[in-house]
Design a protein around this ligand. Sequence first.
Ligand code: FES
Length: 218
Amino acid sequence: MSDALDYLLDVRKDAIQPYFKFLKEGGKHLDDKTRFLLSVITKVNAQTEAGLKQYLKRALKEGNSADEILDAMLVCMPTLGLSKIIWAVDIILKMELPEFDPEKLGKIEQTKAVQTKKKQWHKLIEITDIKEGASRFEYGKQACFVSRDGDDFIVFDSICPHKASNIPGDAIDGMTLECPMHHWKFNLENGECIENGNQQPLTKIKYKIEGNYLFVYS
Ligand code: FES
């Protein structure tokens, strides 16, 4: 919130509070993903840099992809005009958000499309063939990392959350995984990004054990 709004809230609470109530109530039938996407557009239109930065991050956090945010701005070009869109893209580029990297844009959408269209159970491997620690297995055109601690398993997608490269098996070093592309490091006990990254973890994959086989849902 801006200092000016803070000030008005302090000295003219009765007048300003209904405004915030209106903002909250006005979008109550929208899910958060849509609401924050629209908020980004309003910030582009008003050309408020701090607001745009704040709502961009929130829109991404609520599940919007960079492609969806760019599309939303372009669809609104009749209202925004090209110059405001260029202004916004300049700010986005300065923020160096990995989601907007040109190399990653199409890939993320393709990966999402594969994941949403073809999710199903895959018979991965016999339990007795999974060693303690971390291993990589392939199934069809996909792959995953399986961490084993006795009878406990955890499965991660092999696609790097940074720029969607497919991380190979020789990137495993004990319980650490280092993506060879830009050297983000992940803890294979929980998927967390522990070095060089921006906190984005590996994607967990649901699994089940049936008849001594590990199945993954992907
Ligand atoms: S693609 Fe950049 S660290 Fe993996």
